[in-house]
Design a protein around this ligand. Structure first.
Ligand SMILES: *Cc1c(COP(=O)(O)O)cnc(C)c1O
Length: 402
Protein backbone atom coordinates (compact mmCIF):
# COMPACT_ATOMS: atom_id res chain seq x y z
CA UNK A 1 0.00 0.00 0.00
CA UNK A 2 1.32 3.45 -0.82
CA UNK A 3 1.98 6.07 1.84
CA UNK A 4 -0.69 8.77 2.24
CA UNK A 5 0.36 12.02 0.62
CA UNK A 6 1.63 14.48 3.22
CA UNK A 7 0.54 18.04 3.85
CA UNK A 8 1.84 20.56 1.30
CA UNK A 9 4.77 22.31 2.94
CA UNK A 10 7.10 23.95 0.43
CA UNK A 11 10.46 25.35 1.55
CA UNK A 12 10.63 29.13 2.03
CA UNK A 13 13.11 30.24 -0.62
CA UNK A 14 14.56 33.58 -1.53
CA UNK A 15 14.01 33.66 -5.28
CA UNK A 16 16.78 35.77 -6.74
CA UNK A 17 15.88 34.45 -10.16
CA UNK A 18 14.56 36.02 -13.36
CA UNK A 19 11.08 35.13 -12.10
CA UNK A 20 9.06 34.22 -10.24
CA UNK A 21 9.99 36.71 -7.54
CA UNK A 22 9.13 36.38 -3.86
CA UNK A 23 5.87 38.12 -2.92
CA UNK A 24 4.92 40.64 -0.26
CA UNK A 25 3.00 38.94 2.61
CA UNK A 26 0.05 41.23 1.79
CA UNK A 27 -0.22 39.61 -1.64
CA UNK A 28 -0.47 36.13 -0.08
CA UNK A 29 -3.14 37.50 2.23
CA UNK A 30 -5.16 38.85 -0.69
CA UNK A 31 -4.95 35.48 -2.43
CA UNK A 32 -6.19 33.65 0.67
CA UNK A 33 -9.44 35.66 0.79
CA UNK A 34 -12.63 33.79 -0.28
CA UNK A 35 -13.30 33.68 -3.99
CA UNK A 36 -16.42 35.26 -5.43
CA UNK A 37 -18.10 34.46 -8.73
CA UNK A 38 -16.63 35.97 -11.87
CA UNK A 39 -20.04 37.53 -12.69
CA UNK A 40 -20.65 38.78 -9.12
CA UNK A 41 -21.42 42.53 -9.11
CA UNK A 42 -18.76 42.97 -6.40
CA UNK A 43 -16.16 41.28 -8.59
CA UNK A 44 -16.92 43.72 -11.39
CA UNK A 45 -15.69 46.50 -9.12
CA UNK A 46 -12.58 44.46 -8.35
CA UNK A 47 -11.95 44.06 -12.09
CA UNK A 48 -12.36 47.81 -12.52
CA UNK A 49 -9.77 48.45 -9.76
CA UNK A 50 -7.42 45.98 -11.42
CA UNK A 51 -7.69 47.78 -14.76
CA UNK A 52 -7.29 51.24 -13.20
CA UNK A 53 -4.06 50.11 -11.52
CA UNK A 54 -2.84 48.35 -14.65
CA UNK A 55 -3.37 51.48 -16.78
CA UNK A 56 -1.38 53.47 -14.20
CA UNK A 57 1.50 51.00 -14.31
CA UNK A 58 1.53 50.92 -18.11
CA UNK A 59 1.01 54.72 -18.12
CA UNK A 60 -1.77 54.48 -20.65
CA UNK A 61 -5.38 55.35 -21.32
CA UNK A 62 -5.81 52.36 -23.64
CA UNK A 63 -9.29 50.87 -23.48
CA UNK A 64 -8.02 47.32 -24.04
CA UNK A 65 -5.98 46.82 -20.89
CA UNK A 66 -6.47 43.59 -18.95
CA UNK A 67 -4.75 40.59 -17.43
CA UNK A 68 -4.82 37.61 -19.79
CA UNK A 69 -5.42 34.28 -18.06
CA UNK A 70 -2.05 32.99 -19.18
CA UNK A 71 1.62 33.35 -18.26
CA UNK A 72 3.86 35.88 -20.01
CA UNK A 73 4.21 33.60 -23.03
CA UNK A 74 0.45 33.90 -23.50
CA UNK A 75 0.97 37.65 -23.90
CA UNK A 76 3.41 37.01 -26.75
CA UNK A 77 0.92 34.66 -28.37
CA UNK A 78 -2.03 37.07 -28.02
CA UNK A 79 -0.09 40.03 -29.46
CA UNK A 80 0.90 38.09 -32.54
CA UNK A 81 -2.23 36.08 -33.34
CA UNK A 82 -4.39 39.19 -33.09
CA UNK A 83 -2.26 41.23 -35.50
CA UNK A 84 -0.88 38.78 -38.05
CA UNK A 85 -2.78 37.24 -40.97
CA UNK A 86 -1.97 35.55 -44.28
CA UNK A 87 0.05 37.91 -46.47
CA UNK A 88 1.37 40.03 -43.57
CA UNK A 89 5.03 40.62 -42.87
CA UNK A 90 6.57 40.81 -39.41
CA UNK A 91 10.04 41.77 -38.20
CA UNK A 92 11.14 40.33 -34.87
CA UNK A 93 14.30 41.59 -33.16
CA UNK A 94 16.01 38.55 -31.69
CA UNK A 95 18.76 39.03 -29.10
CA UNK A 96 18.03 36.19 -26.72
CA UNK A 97 15.86 33.28 -25.65
CA UNK A 98 12.59 35.19 -25.15
CA UNK A 99 12.75 37.34 -28.27
CA UNK A 100 13.55 34.09 -30.08
CA UNK A 101 10.32 32.71 -28.60
CA UNK A 102 8.48 35.71 -30.07
CA UNK A 103 9.93 34.88 -33.50
CA UNK A 104 8.99 31.22 -33.05
CA UNK A 105 5.38 32.10 -32.19
CA UNK A 106 5.17 34.61 -35.07
CA UNK A 107 6.48 31.84 -37.34
CA UNK A 108 3.44 29.71 -36.45
CA UNK A 109 1.04 32.36 -37.78
CA UNK A 110 0.38 32.57 -41.53
CA UNK A 111 2.53 35.74 -41.75
CA UNK A 112 6.04 35.96 -43.21
CA UNK A 113 8.60 36.56 -40.46
CA UNK A 114 12.00 38.22 -40.76
CA UNK A 115 14.35 37.85 -37.82
CA UNK A 116 16.85 40.64 -37.22
CA UNK A 117 19.38 39.13 -34.84
CA UNK A 118 22.19 40.18 -32.58
CA UNK A 119 24.24 38.00 -30.22
CA UNK A 120 23.05 37.25 -26.68
CA UNK A 121 24.26 40.04 -24.39
CA UNK A 122 23.83 42.82 -26.98
CA UNK A 123 20.94 44.88 -28.39
CA UNK A 124 19.64 44.72 -31.95
CA UNK A 125 20.72 47.70 -34.07
CA UNK A 126 17.62 49.65 -35.17
CA UNK A 127 19.44 50.46 -38.41
CA UNK A 128 19.39 46.73 -39.27
CA UNK A 129 15.62 46.75 -38.79
CA UNK A 130 15.32 49.78 -41.08
CA UNK A 131 17.34 47.94 -43.74
CA UNK A 132 15.33 44.74 -43.36
CA UNK A 133 12.05 46.60 -43.78
CA UNK A 134 13.09 48.86 -46.65
CA UNK A 135 10.60 48.84 -49.53
CA UNK A 136 8.38 46.27 -47.81
CA UNK A 137 4.99 46.50 -46.17
CA UNK A 138 5.74 45.56 -42.56
CA UNK A 139 2.76 45.02 -40.28
CA UNK A 140 4.55 44.69 -36.93
CA UNK A 141 7.96 45.06 -35.34
CA UNK A 142 8.39 42.99 -32.19
CA UNK A 143 11.09 43.15 -29.53
CA UNK A 144 11.77 42.56 -25.83
CA UNK A 145 12.47 45.65 -23.72
CA UNK A 146 14.16 43.40 -21.18
CA UNK A 147 15.77 40.23 -22.55
CA UNK A 148 15.83 38.03 -19.47
CA UNK A 149 18.12 35.36 -20.90
CA UNK A 150 21.06 37.76 -21.05
CA UNK A 151 20.08 40.71 -18.86
CA UNK A 152 19.90 43.20 -21.73
CA UNK A 153 17.78 46.37 -21.78
CA UNK A 154 16.70 47.83 -25.13
CA UNK A 155 15.76 51.51 -25.51
CA UNK A 156 12.50 51.78 -27.43
CA UNK A 157 12.69 55.23 -29.11
CA UNK A 158 14.77 54.29 -32.15
CA UNK A 159 12.55 51.27 -32.86
CA UNK A 160 9.44 53.45 -32.63
CA UNK A 161 11.00 55.73 -35.23
CA UNK A 162 11.70 52.85 -37.60
CA UNK A 163 8.19 51.46 -37.04
CA UNK A 164 6.78 54.89 -37.98
CA UNK A 165 8.84 54.98 -41.16
CA UNK A 166 7.65 51.51 -42.12
CA UNK A 167 4.04 52.09 -41.03
CA UNK A 168 4.33 49.16 -38.62
CA UNK A 169 2.88 48.52 -35.17
CA UNK A 170 5.41 48.26 -32.36
CA UNK A 171 4.92 45.23 -30.07
CA UNK A 172 7.00 45.17 -26.90
CA UNK A 173 7.58 42.35 -24.41
CA UNK A 174 7.96 43.89 -20.94
CA UNK A 175 7.56 40.65 -18.99
CA UNK A 176 10.86 41.21 -17.20
CA UNK A 177 10.82 44.99 -17.07
CA UNK A 178 7.34 46.35 -16.28
CA UNK A 179 7.29 48.20 -12.92
CA UNK A 180 11.11 48.08 -12.72
CA UNK A 181 12.23 50.11 -15.74
CA UNK A 182 10.86 53.44 -17.05
CA UNK A 183 8.04 52.83 -19.51
CA UNK A 184 5.28 55.17 -20.74
CA UNK A 185 3.07 53.31 -23.17
CA UNK A 186 1.18 56.36 -24.47
CA UNK A 187 4.11 58.81 -24.63
CA UNK A 188 6.40 56.25 -26.23
CA UNK A 189 3.57 55.13 -28.52
CA UNK A 190 3.92 51.39 -27.97
CA UNK A 191 1.04 49.71 -29.84
CA UNK A 192 0.84 46.44 -27.98
CA UNK A 193 2.63 45.75 -24.73
CA UNK A 194 2.38 42.70 -22.53
CA UNK A 195 4.04 41.62 -19.32
CA UNK A 196 3.98 38.86 -16.72
CA UNK A 197 2.68 39.09 -13.17
CA UNK A 198 5.43 37.07 -11.49
CA UNK A 199 8.42 39.26 -12.24
CA UNK A 200 8.84 42.90 -11.17
CA UNK A 201 5.18 43.25 -10.12
CA UNK A 202 5.70 40.36 -7.65
CA UNK A 203 2.23 38.91 -8.03
CA UNK A 204 1.57 35.18 -8.48
CA UNK A 205 2.59 33.61 -11.80
CA UNK A 206 -0.12 32.81 -14.32
CA UNK A 207 -1.34 36.11 -15.77
CA UNK A 208 -0.16 38.41 -18.50
CA UNK A 209 -1.12 42.09 -18.29
CA UNK A 210 -1.64 43.38 -21.82
CA UNK A 211 -2.50 46.78 -23.31
CA UNK A 212 -3.48 47.69 -26.88
CA UNK A 213 -3.37 51.15 -28.52
CA UNK A 214 -6.35 52.54 -30.46
CA UNK A 215 -4.25 52.16 -33.62
CA UNK A 216 -3.73 48.45 -32.97
CA UNK A 217 -7.44 48.09 -32.16
CA UNK A 218 -8.14 49.54 -35.60
CA UNK A 219 -5.90 46.86 -37.09
CA UNK A 220 -7.92 44.20 -35.22
CA UNK A 221 -11.14 45.64 -36.64
CA UNK A 222 -9.78 45.57 -40.18
CA UNK A 223 -8.80 41.90 -40.11
CA UNK A 224 -9.96 39.86 -43.09
CA UNK A 225 -10.01 36.61 -41.13
CA UNK A 226 -10.99 35.57 -37.61
CA UNK A 227 -8.21 35.30 -35.04
CA UNK A 228 -7.04 31.67 -35.17
CA UNK A 229 -7.16 31.39 -31.37
CA UNK A 230 -10.59 31.75 -29.78
CA UNK A 231 -9.13 32.00 -26.28
CA UNK A 232 -6.67 34.77 -27.11
CA UNK A 233 -8.98 36.82 -29.36
CA UNK A 234 -8.58 40.15 -27.55
CA UNK A 235 -11.70 41.71 -29.03
CA UNK A 236 -14.00 39.06 -27.55
CA UNK A 237 -12.00 38.76 -24.31
CA UNK A 238 -12.55 42.49 -23.90
CA UNK A 239 -16.32 41.94 -23.93
CA UNK A 240 -15.74 40.55 -20.43
CA UNK A 241 -13.13 43.11 -19.32
CA UNK A 242 -14.94 45.98 -21.09
CA UNK A 243 -18.14 47.77 -20.06
CA UNK A 244 -20.44 44.90 -21.14
CA UNK A 245 -18.82 42.40 -18.74
CA UNK A 246 -20.09 39.47 -20.83
CA UNK A 247 -18.91 36.01 -19.87
CA UNK A 248 -15.91 34.93 -21.94
CA UNK A 249 -14.02 32.45 -19.74
CA UNK A 250 -13.67 32.04 -15.97
CA UNK A 251 -10.66 34.09 -14.95
CA UNK A 252 -8.26 33.00 -12.15
CA UNK A 253 -10.06 34.96 -9.44
CA UNK A 254 -7.57 34.35 -6.61
CA UNK A 255 -4.70 35.35 -8.88
CA UNK A 256 -6.54 38.56 -9.77
CA UNK A 257 -6.89 39.30 -6.04
CA UNK A 258 -3.13 38.86 -5.66
CA UNK A 259 -2.41 40.96 -8.74
CA UNK A 260 -4.70 43.76 -7.58
CA UNK A 261 -2.89 43.91 -4.24
CA UNK A 262 0.59 43.71 -5.82
CA UNK A 263 -0.28 46.54 -8.22
CA UNK A 264 -1.79 48.57 -5.39
CA UNK A 265 1.50 48.18 -3.50
CA UNK A 266 3.39 49.19 -6.65
CA UNK A 267 1.43 52.42 -6.96
CA UNK A 268 1.67 53.08 -3.22
CA UNK A 269 5.46 53.00 -3.58
CA UNK A 270 5.26 55.09 -6.77
CA UNK A 271 6.62 54.07 -10.16
CA UNK A 272 9.56 56.47 -10.09
CA UNK A 273 10.62 55.28 -6.63
CA UNK A 274 10.31 51.69 -7.75
CA UNK A 275 12.40 52.24 -10.89
CA UNK A 276 15.06 53.96 -8.75
CA UNK A 277 15.03 51.16 -6.16
CA UNK A 278 15.69 48.58 -8.88
CA UNK A 279 18.51 50.70 -10.30
CA UNK A 280 20.21 51.25 -6.93
CA UNK A 281 20.05 47.65 -5.83
CA UNK A 282 21.48 46.46 -9.13
CA UNK A 283 24.31 49.00 -8.85
CA UNK A 284 25.16 47.63 -5.40
CA UNK A 285 24.97 44.03 -6.65
CA UNK A 286 27.23 44.82 -9.62
CA UNK A 287 29.75 46.65 -7.41
CA UNK A 288 29.83 43.55 -5.18
CA UNK A 289 30.24 41.09 -8.04
CA UNK A 290 32.99 43.15 -9.65
CA UNK A 291 34.81 43.50 -6.32
CA UNK A 292 34.78 39.70 -6.17
CA UNK A 293 36.64 39.68 -9.48
CA UNK A 294 33.64 38.49 -11.49
CA UNK A 295 32.84 39.74 -14.97
CA UNK A 296 29.45 40.78 -16.32
CA UNK A 297 28.08 39.56 -19.63
CA UNK A 298 26.64 42.94 -20.63
CA UNK A 299 29.50 45.43 -20.97
CA UNK A 300 27.63 48.70 -21.59
CA UNK A 301 26.08 49.95 -18.31
CA UNK A 302 23.19 51.60 -20.20
CA UNK A 303 22.27 48.21 -21.69
CA UNK A 304 22.02 46.40 -18.35
CA UNK A 305 18.53 45.32 -17.39
CA UNK A 306 18.05 46.32 -13.71
CA UNK A 307 16.04 43.19 -12.89
CA UNK A 308 18.47 40.55 -14.16
CA UNK A 309 22.25 40.60 -13.84
CA UNK A 310 24.17 38.10 -15.96
CA UNK A 311 27.59 37.23 -14.55
CA UNK A 312 30.20 35.05 -16.27
CA UNK A 313 31.00 31.76 -14.53
CA UNK A 314 34.75 31.78 -13.76
CA UNK A 315 36.92 29.10 -15.40
CA UNK A 316 37.00 25.84 -13.50
CA UNK A 317 33.91 26.60 -11.39
CA UNK A 318 30.90 24.31 -11.74
CA UNK A 319 27.64 26.07 -12.62
CA UNK A 320 25.25 23.56 -11.04
CA UNK A 321 27.30 22.87 -7.89
CA UNK A 322 27.31 26.56 -7.02
CA UNK A 323 23.58 26.93 -7.58
CA UNK A 324 22.79 23.77 -5.63
CA UNK A 325 24.90 24.84 -2.67
CA UNK A 326 23.25 28.28 -2.61
CA UNK A 327 19.89 26.54 -2.51
CA UNK A 328 20.80 23.86 0.07
CA UNK A 329 22.82 26.01 2.44
CA UNK A 330 21.10 29.40 2.12
CA UNK A 331 17.68 28.72 0.55
CA UNK A 332 18.64 31.12 -2.24
CA UNK A 333 17.77 30.30 -5.81
CA UNK A 334 19.59 31.90 -8.73
CA UNK A 335 19.35 30.83 -12.38
CA UNK A 336 21.77 29.44 -14.93
CA UNK A 337 22.09 30.36 -18.59
CA UNK A 338 19.70 29.43 -21.41
CA UNK A 339 20.58 28.23 -24.93
CA UNK A 340 24.09 29.30 -25.98
CA UNK A 341 24.72 30.75 -22.50
CA UNK A 342 24.08 27.47 -20.67
CA UNK A 343 26.88 26.79 -18.13
CA UNK A 344 28.49 30.11 -19.18
CA UNK A 345 26.59 32.55 -16.98
CA UNK A 346 24.59 32.82 -13.80
CA UNK A 347 21.56 35.08 -13.79
CA UNK A 348 20.78 36.89 -10.57
CA UNK A 349 17.32 38.40 -10.39
CA UNK A 350 16.38 41.42 -8.29
CA UNK A 351 12.74 41.74 -9.23
CA UNK A 352 9.97 43.59 -7.45
CA UNK A 353 9.73 42.53 -3.82
CA UNK A 354 13.12 40.77 -4.09
CA UNK A 355 14.96 43.98 -5.02
CA UNK A 356 15.96 44.92 -1.48
CA UNK A 357 19.20 46.02 0.17
CA UNK A 358 18.98 43.18 2.68
CA UNK A 359 18.77 40.61 -0.13
CA UNK A 360 21.73 42.10 -2.00
CA UNK A 361 23.95 41.97 1.10
CA UNK A 362 22.75 38.49 2.09
CA UNK A 363 23.30 37.19 -1.42
CA UNK A 364 26.81 38.61 -1.76
CA UNK A 365 27.85 37.12 1.60
CA UNK A 366 26.33 33.73 0.78
CA UNK A 367 27.78 33.76 -2.74
CA UNK A 368 31.27 34.42 -1.37
CA UNK A 369 30.98 31.48 1.01
CA UNK A 370 29.81 29.16 -1.77
CA UNK A 371 32.43 30.33 -4.28
CA UNK A 372 35.21 29.81 -1.69
CA UNK A 373 33.95 26.27 -1.03
CA UNK A 374 33.90 25.62 -4.77
CA UNK A 375 37.53 26.70 -5.16
CA UNK A 376 37.21 30.29 -6.36
CA UNK A 377 39.62 32.68 -4.62
CA UNK A 378 37.98 35.82 -3.36
CA UNK A 379 39.02 38.36 -0.72
CA UNK A 380 37.09 38.12 2.54
CA UNK A 381 33.98 40.32 2.51
CA UNK A 382 34.94 41.96 -0.78
CA UNK A 383 31.47 41.81 -2.34
CA UNK A 384 29.53 42.90 0.72
CA UNK A 385 32.05 45.69 1.36
CA UNK A 386 31.67 47.13 -2.14
CA UNK A 387 27.88 46.98 -1.96
CA UNK A 388 27.88 48.72 1.43
CA UNK A 389 29.99 51.46 -0.13
CA UNK A 390 27.34 52.03 -2.80
CA UNK A 391 24.57 52.19 -0.22
CA UNK A 392 26.43 54.53 2.12
CA UNK A 393 27.46 56.82 -0.76
CA UNK A 394 23.86 56.90 -1.97
CA UNK A 395 22.73 57.64 1.58
CA UNK A 396 25.32 60.41 1.93
CA UNK A 397 24.36 61.87 -1.47
CA UNK A 398 20.70 61.87 -0.50
CA UNK A 399 21.44 63.64 2.80
CA UNK A 400 23.70 66.20 1.05
CA UNK A 401 20.97 66.89 -1.50
CA UNK A 402 18.40 67.66 1.18
C1 LIG B 1 9.69 35.22 -18.28
C2 LIG B 1 9.62 35.85 -19.62
C3 LIG B 1 8.71 35.41 -20.60
C4 LIG B 1 7.85 34.21 -20.40
O1 LIG B 1 6.97 34.33 -19.37
P1 LIG B 1 6.23 33.04 -18.76
O2 LIG B 1 5.43 33.64 -17.66
O3 LIG B 1 7.30 32.12 -18.28
O4 LIG B 1 5.42 32.45 -19.84
C5 LIG B 1 8.64 36.11 -21.79
N1 LIG B 1 9.44 37.16 -22.03
C6 LIG B 1 10.32 37.61 -21.13
C7 LIG B 1 11.16 38.78 -21.46
C8 LIG B 1 10.44 36.97 -19.90
O5 LIG B 1 11.32 37.42 -19.00
Amino acid sequence: MSQPIGELNPPVRLMLTPGPSSMDPRVYRAMATPIVGHMDPWFKGCMEDTQVLMRQIFQTENRITMPLSASGSGGIEASLVNTLEEGDEAIICVNGWFSDRMAEIAGRTPATVTRVESPYGTTVDPEEVRKAGKGRKIKIIGLAQGETSSGVLTQLAAFREVADELGALLIVDTVASLAAVPLHIDNERVDICFSGTQKAISAPPGMSPITVSPKAEEVFRNRKTKVQSWYFDLTTAMNYWGKDRLYHHTPPISLIFGLREAMRLTMEEGLENRWERHRQNQLALIAGLEAMGLELLVKAPAERLPTVTAVMIPNGIDDVKVRNQLLDEFNIEIAGGLGPLKAKIWRIGLMGYCSQKANVLLFLGAFEKVLLDQGYRVGSGAGVGAAVQIYTNVGAAAVAGR
